[in-house]
Design a protein around this ligand. Structure first.
Ligand code: SAM
Ligand code: SF4
Length: 336
């Protein structure tokens, strides 16, 4: 295409090198903190086609994106998703892209692990909040733990490195997190715990679920020796070494900590809307400029304008008075 790889720099001097792409808003689970049980999904005609997603991602890569993460909804339930992964892998081959990865609930990994590895994916994030089959069914409403476990086995066998992401939920998995840490680190996987974020209307009351990670860390420190380390994976997690397991534990604390200063990312939805900040409503429509012409000039301009509006940061609050989420869209729209 016409332009060479250059940096996208936002108004606060941050270089935007990380694009997260939600390839579908649909999912085979209904995690209680993420979705309501009766979600209304987008009509299929509103979605970008896989070819359009490829074109969109390729323009971002030409404009300086070095790391691309596919997410959702559940990325692996999008029909023919592997054709997109395969197409995008050409940017790994050319060296333009450093990393192509995905965040998944693991339910389809048995089917796709080998092919992901063949396409140059080297590591993935698997979201898993409990190792108890009944609790797993309760939190995901529809999920089966044994399938996810088989998926993790398949992914490791295919040579994919795995990071486990667990949302810390008060009264649900706080007691279990030490055992999850031992399990994950024992299998050579990092564990990252995430604070719940007030996004989208769900059926539960979020103020009941919120578990500050500072408290979790203090609890874990009664059992484990945790040492802060400068390890970074390009995301907002802060990591510690765990002496007893020889592994790593990460904390993502959007509510108690501001990680915006070093934010290098933007998020694209499956309809081509670009969110410049997870915690703000401002967004740019990239689907119209994408579809307006066959060339990429209009799209490239629209991306520049959007990056020029990237806000300094967010201010998530779980509003105790109204009990409404700070951001009305669900996490499955932007993929976290
Ligand atoms: N379906 C895939 C999965 O679960 O990994 C990818 C999409 S999911 C929206 C991405 C991540 O967001 C998951 O790790 C999930 O646990 C997390 N998540 C969803 N809703 C959340 C919320 N309200 N607060 C914090 N994390 C949330
Ligand atoms: Fe689906 Fe992931 Fe949301 Fe769970 S967290 S409902 S698996 S998109």
């Amino acid at each position: 295409m016409a332009f060479s790889q250059a940096d996208m720099i936002d108004p606060f001097g941050r270089s935007i090198s990380y694009l997260r792409v939600s390839v579908t808003d649909r999912c085979d689970f209904r995690c209680t903190y993420c979705m309501a049980e009766d979600m209304t999904f987008l009509p299929k005609r509103d979605l970008l086609s896989l070819e359009e997603l490829d074109r969109m991602c390729s323009v971002f890569i030409e404009k300086g994106v070095r790391k691309l993460r596919l997410t959702g909804g559940e990325p692996l339930v999008r029909k023919n998703i592997m054709s997109l992964v395969r197409a995008l892998s050409r940017h790994l081959d050319s060296g333009a892209l450093e990393e192509l990865t995905l965040t998944t609930n693991g339910s389809q990994l048995v089917r796709f692990a080998d092919e992901l590895a063949e396409c140059g994916v080297t590591r993935i994030n698997v979201s898993l909040d409990t190792l108890d089959p009944e609790k797993f069914r309760a939190i995901t409403r529809w999920g089966e733990l044994s399938k996810v476990m088989a998926g993790i086995d398949a992914a490791q066998k295919a040579g994919l490195r795995i990071k486990i992401n667990a949302v810390a939920l008060k009264g649900f998995n706080d007691q279990e997190l030490p055992a999850m840490l031992e399990w994950a680190n024992g299998r050579g996987m990092d564990l990252t715990v995430i604070e719940t974020m007030p996004m989208g209307e769900i059926d539960a009351d979020r103020t009941d679920q919120y578990l500050p990670l500072s408290k979790l860390r203090a609890d874990l420190e009664r059992r484990f020796t945790l040492t802060d380390i400068p390890y970074k994976t390009g995301g907002p997690a802060r990591y510690v070494d765990v002496a007893e397991t020889g592994g790593r534990l990460g904390f993502i604390t959007p509510l108690t900590h501001n990680f915006c200063e070093s934010c290098n990312r933007v998020r694209l939805t499956c309809t081509g809307t670009l969110y410049m900040c997870l915690g703000q409503e401002d967004a740019a429509d990239l689907r119209a400029p994408l579809r307006a012409s066959e060339g990429n000039e209009l799209l490239s301009q629209a991306i520049d304008e959007a990056i020029g509006r990237k806000p300094k940061g967010h201010d998530f609050v779980i509003d105790r008075r109204t009990r409404r989420p700070a951001v009305s869209r669900h996490m499955s729209v932007t993929g976290g």
